[in-house]
Design a protein. Sequence first.
Lengths: 479, 85
Amino acid sequence: MNTSSHYDVAIIGAGMAGLAAGIRLAHFGKRVCIFERHNAVGGLNSFYAIDGRKYDVGLHAMTNWVPPGTKGTPLGKLLRQLRIEREEFALHPQKRSRIAFGPAGETSLTFTNDFAVLEAEVAQKFPAQIDGFRALVALVRAYDDVSLDAKPESARALVRRHVTDPLLEDMLFCPVMYYGSATERDMEFGQFVIMFKALFLEGFARPLDGVRVILRVLLEKYRHAGGERRMKCGVRRILTSAGRADRLVLDDGTEVTATHVLSTIGAAETERLSVEAAVPGASHPVGRLSYCETITVLNRPPAALGWGEDTIVFFNDSARFAYEQTAGPVDARSGVICLPNNFAYPDGADLPEGLFRCTCLANYDHWTGLPGEAAYQAEKQRWYGEIQRSALRFLPPLPAPDALGRATVATDMFTPRTITKFTGHLGGAIYGSPVKIRDGRTPLANVYLAGTDQGFLGIVGAMLSGISMANFHVLAAKG
Amino acid sequence: MTKDACKQIVLDIIADIAPDEDLSNLKPDVRLRDQMQLDSMDFLDIVMELRKQHGIEVPEADYIHLASLDSCADYLTPKFEALGK
């Protein structure tokens, strides 16, 4: 065997999960290499530049923010396990966020990183529901959401036991689903709990320079621990023998061997590497939920347009909130607005320009089936306008009808096609398959899943997934 | 290797794993878990760091001996001595 191409652990994908797993394994002396097909790290939470401007792909906000000194939460676990000082992430908390429902956002719930604010809002706007809401929160707090063998239960059914007003129910599900659910209409209750805690009981924060800061810290730790990585070089095939991964064939045609393989690219995507005739969705359903996002760069901070208070706004204009694959190109009835300038940056620091981002559900087949690049660009332009028009209904009115247009200096938009480019997910599935594999096992004895399809959600969840699977399958494994 | 030196080694590892914990008032005879937020992930790290930094192996069946600083010292000091430390 050529020892130079043998690793203790080969990690497929340099997203949050792969990097976090890599840090753990390299720190404890394993010979590790991360193979990443894309030219940038981060996977879904990556970044790019156009005309010298920096854009983030996924990250609106890092969830799971807790004040310094808070013990026993995912952020603290993550920092400990990766030996990261809290200051290194340089997180700044949100100002406030809102859930705005109705054709012009008539019913609105404000929330901040102080849970008492949301509780008071529910008590004021839904007085008949507050006892049920408190009972639901008690259930969420008591739930063991990191158990690797919990029985799946319907979140809608459990929430309805306590919250009987469908409007409040939908308003609670909207942020939780948009920020992490791969399942249409309903969620597994454990996943609901993870996201409810991450968004409402904990909170939002962001480094001034966005996701790059997080990735820089992870890469530095990984390098320092002795981990290797190969960029623009994915794994093309997993060659198997006696139910184990025997060799990995890389995109450049070379082969490497590894004692363990940790795949962060998704369950169906991993299966396709090893099973010659794998039919997508046959053993692992391919996710059906994909997004478009518009990004508008402004020559002034959003506050100058009267939008200085909201960090994130989750909106829906219809009688019920429909979190499901849309038949049309985009479902602009609901969505998420993010104003990255509106975090509490210290000493008046702010981003160099204003940013206004809107996310809506979109149909992968439509966006990948357009006849040619010109049609794709034209469709982007059309839906950029539609999404922005829809979102504007839920923000404070502009000082003049053309104020936004005059403040706009650049625009961009990502579509389901972009998501597949950055993540490799089949179907542009933003959060992967609706069926999660909590113990990370695959039919191959030495291949494990981490990341999206293992099922810890959000950015912090993704990193904890990499950590947990590295611990469980490699570091704590017998022999 | 004295038991106090062994305790200090364990304390150094905990300080490295959990820099956000105050270790100045730890009682040596009380379970670590009862005085600090240490979960099973953290205990795994104590074991892993003992192996990485000092070449000491703690089999899973013996994790129970790492409950308090005193029990750590009782269990680990002979292992350090066996390595000539």
